[in-house]
Design a binder for this molecule. Structure first.
Ligand SMILES: Nc1nc2c(ncn2[C@@H]2O[C@H](COP(=O)(O)OP(=O)(O)OP(=O)(O)O)[C@@H](O)[C@H]2O)c(=O)[nH]1
Ligand SMILES: [Mg+2]
Length: 440
């Protein structure tokens, strides 16, 4: 914040060689830099082809498309510019050098977006959405990030904040202007409003963590007895021989992970050592790792061989909501039900049932992580602040004195404001005076 008078620049496109490299600038010195390096200011928001020259020597450094975005209608809200250079490392280096000579400095990570936030071009959740959009690797992640960058979460939160602000205004009015001609049930209305808002926030908190999961990816662990065909299933789902398969029980020791995209959701599929009591110390360590991985996973695939009785671990995980898979149905029929649910009958060898297994995994991925098309909480800090806001609303609802209701509503508002980065309770008086015309 202390350096906001600086003019900053950075390579905005990826590193390495490319047809085009985009260098972006922001800050009060942008216009000056353009005049000196590009021979003048181009028309605002229109691409113009310019020769870029080194200050001093006047040597031509590149022929580039130059864009000029005067404040405040720019990404950062400051004067901004873009130089679309030829994408060679020497071009980028020479132009960067020229910009530095003219007094611009390299930007710090995230500094453009930070300035956009500080200049009220976006709230914190939109800034996070942009970071997520740049990091998005799958379709559902992209959708969720774009929605957040577009302000969907901010709008939800600001809607709640506006409601809360009115409740607070009513409550304050009831306290401050008790003798005036105000409706007598203002305090009751504030409490009822707090209860309704609390319930609404609670439904968003009860989203099963979908938004966070979609950002982070879903972890699915494959667990079961030795030789059940776990590694074979991992390989078919991954479409490559990621794990060693053999007829010997106890082949897999380490956890073998592959990354898949299912229903637009990034999924880490983890194959683990077959569970049994026998085996050497290496196998036993593998089994410990298997159990730990399953314990941390979002979903467990409990696999057993259809030609053998389901093992204890399969029965246990079935009871805990695992997806139960009977493999090797080319050798025997799968049992009708385990913990009351028919297992998915598959054969990693013949391919039977694998399409159904894949579809089931896609459905589970969607259930766990959503499709990215609602305004979701995507970070623990959103959840923490909303949990706090809901707690303060509960406090407001139950508070015995008007002043305490008021204080709890203020605290709830501050908690909400932390998520968007716009903490403000000053506007309360505007509402009080605007709505009730107190004192005219
Ligand atoms: N008939 C038949 N054989 C299978 C099938 N799936 C796997 N196998 C065979 O079963 C044996 C064990 O397969 P793996 O995939 O290594 O089994 P695993 O569960 O990973 O075994 P561990 O790593 O030892 O726990 C291998 O010989 C596979 O070829 C199947 O669907 N049908
Ligand atoms: Mg294995």
């Amino acid at each position: 914040m202390e350096h906001r008078q600086d003019t900053i620049f950075a390579l905005a496109s990826g590193g390495g060689r490319g047809a085009i490299a985009v260098v972006r600038l922001s800050g009060p010195g942008c216009g000056d830099v353009l005049r000196r390096v590009a021979g003048g200011l181009p028309q605002a928001r229109q691409a113009s082809l310019r020769r870029l020259r080194a200050p001093g020597s006047g040597e031509v450094l590149d022929q580039a498309l130059v864009l000029w975005f005067p404040a405040p209608a720019s990404y950062t809200g400051e004067d901004c510019a873009e130089l679309h250079l030829h994408g060679g490392p020497a071009v980028i280096a020479a132009v960067s050098e020229a910009l530095a000579v003219l007094g611009a400095r390299p930007a710090e990570p995230g500094e453009f977006t930070r300035r956009a936030f500080l200049n009220n071009r976006m709230d914190l959740t939109a800034a996070e959405g942009i970071a997520d959009l740049i990091a998005a690797e799958t379709e559902a992640q992209r959708r969720q990030a774009l929605r957040q960058a577009d302000g969907a979460l901010a709008r939800l939160l600001e809607g709640w904040a506006a409601r809360l602000m009115r409740l607070l205004a009513h409550q304050e009015a009831a306290i401050e202007f008790a003798d005036d001609d105000l409706p007598s049930d203002l305090g009751d209305r504030a409490r009822a409003g707090a209860a309704a808002l609390k319930a609404e926030i609670a439904t968003h908190l009860a989203d099963g963590g979908q938004g966070e999961r979609l950002r982070e990816g879903v972890v699915v662990a494959i667990l079961g007895a030795p030789n059940a065909g776990k590694s074979s299933l991992l390989n078919t789902l991954a479409g490559r021989e990621a794990a060693i398969v053999s007829a010997r029980a106890g082949t897999t020791r380490d956890v073998v992970e592959v990354r898949l995209v299912l229903a637009g959701v990034p999924v880490t599929l983890a194959d683990t050592a077959g569970l049994r009591d026998a085996g050497d110390e290496i196998e036993q360590e593998g089994i410990r790792r298997a159990r730990r991985r399953a314990g941390e996973a979002d979903l467990v695939l409990a696999v057993f061989a259809a030609n053998e009785a389901p093992d204890a671990a399969t029965l246990e995980w079935a009871a805990r909501g695992a997806v139960v898979v009977a493999n090797k149905v080319d050798l025997a029929l799968a049992p009708a039900g385990i913990a009351g649910v028919a297992p998915l009958a598959v054969s990693a060898l013949t391919g039977e049932g694998l399409q159904a297994l894949r579809e089931r995994l896609e459905a589970e991925a969607r259930r766990l992580a959503g499709a990215g098309d609602a305004a979701m909480l995507t970070r623990p800090r959103h959840r923490a602040a909303l949990t706090e806001a809901a707690a303060w609303l509960a406090e407001a609802e139950a508070a015995p004195l008007p002043e305490l209701v008021s204080e709890a509503l203020r605290a709830a508002l501050r908690a909400l404001g932390r998520v968007t980065g716009r903490v403000g309770v000053e506007d309360v008086l505007d509402i009080v005076f605007g709505e009730f015309c107190i004192g005219k």
